[in-house]
Design a protein around this ligand. Structure first.
Ligand SMILES: C[S@@+](CC[C@H](N)C(=O)[O-])C[C@H]1O[C@@H](n2cnc3c(N)ncnc32)[C@H](O)[C@@H]1O
Length: 273
């Protein structure tokens, strides 16, 4: 049966997609240490066939191609794929839902940087990914650990929370979204129910340079981060107060090399058989 991810298709083709495309260079620089951890774990061999799931603006697809992979990137976001296609003609970028995609040939590696936490039915989607792999193929992806382990997002999030309306009922932390795969037991169950073997979780942490100073860090976080709701939902004094609180919360993290805050991801790997 075809999986319906229409809500995510709408989300990533609206403001989120065009914002990510506009900020591509800055986001890729920010995320580079985390990307590198995933790419190292992928241990690509020359000529391997690769699918990059939720490839967005194509940074990891291009990196895998440069390392010798024959790469296809798949994503549901038109604006992000437009940016990806402008960056490389060596990678084939496919506009499709990875949960329902059927490739012409199987892959040796399915890779993702933060692109697999948005499926409405993760077990169904990962079963489909499993079916796309060669018998000795493998899966490697990078996903976020919980917000508590990611002060680069949670410091600002906590600072602005008192100014924002409370969302009721509270969302399920496993709902599609950046932190949906924070719990390794949950991900282990999804992957084993989808047919994957030798499932491993490696914790990787790094300090991210979120901006040159608190103002610059905040500029990014009001576009694609925890303070984006402030811009969308608050006005005038309320907005000013929330932004001041966020700026004050970021200021102590200023170092000689800009505002540095810790991030933590899981590098997840598994084999098809
Ligand atoms: C957080 S972004 C990460 C993008 C890119 N991998 C990166 O690290 O810059 C998540 C991406 O997953 C894509 N995505 C979400 N659901 C998807 C699905 N069902 N099939 C393919 N792509 C999907 C979104 O369009 C978006 O580009």
């Amino acid at each position: 049966m075809t999986q319906d991810n229409t809500d995510q298709v709408n989300y990533w083709n609206d403001r989120a997609g065009s914002t990510w495309a506009e900020l591509q260079d800055r986001l890729d620089t920010l995320l580079k240490p985390l990307s590198d951890a995933g790419l190292d774990a992928a241990n690509l061999e020359n000529g391997e066939r690769v699918l990059d799931v939720g490839c967005g603006c194509g940074d990891t697809s291009i990196a895998l191609n440069v390392k010798g992979g024959s790469v296809q990137g798949i994503d549901i976001s038109g604006p992000m794929l437009e940016r990806a296609r402008a960056r490389s003609s060596q990678v084939e970028f496919i506009l499709a839902d990875a949960a329902n995609f059927a490739p012409e040939q199987p892959y040796d590696l399915i890779f993702s940087r933060f692109g697999v936490m948005f499926f409405n039915d993760p077990t169904d989607a990962f079963s489909n990914l499993h079916s796309m792999l060669n018998i000795d193929g493998r899966l490697v992806f990078v996903c976020w650990q919980p917000p508590t382990e990611n002060p680069w997002m949670s410091v600002t999030g906590r600072a602005v929370a008192p100014f924002l309306p409370v969302i009721e009922p509270a969302p399920d932390p496993r709902d599609p979204g950046p932190f949906a795969f924070a719990d390794t037991n949950y991900v282990q169950t999804i992957l084993s129910d989808s047919g994957f073997k030798n499932i491993q979780f490696e914790s990787f942490t790094a300090a991210l340079r979120v901006g040159s100073n608190a103002e610059d860090a905040l500029k990014l976080q009001t576009r694609v981060g925890p303070a984006a709701r402030v811009m969308a939902e608050l006005k005038d004094d309320q907005r000013r107060q929330a932004l001041d609180a966020a700026r004050n919360a970021l200021a102590p993290y200023q170092s000689d090399n800009g505002v540095q805050l810790d991030a933590a991801v899981w590098v997840v790997s598994a084999t098809a058989s």
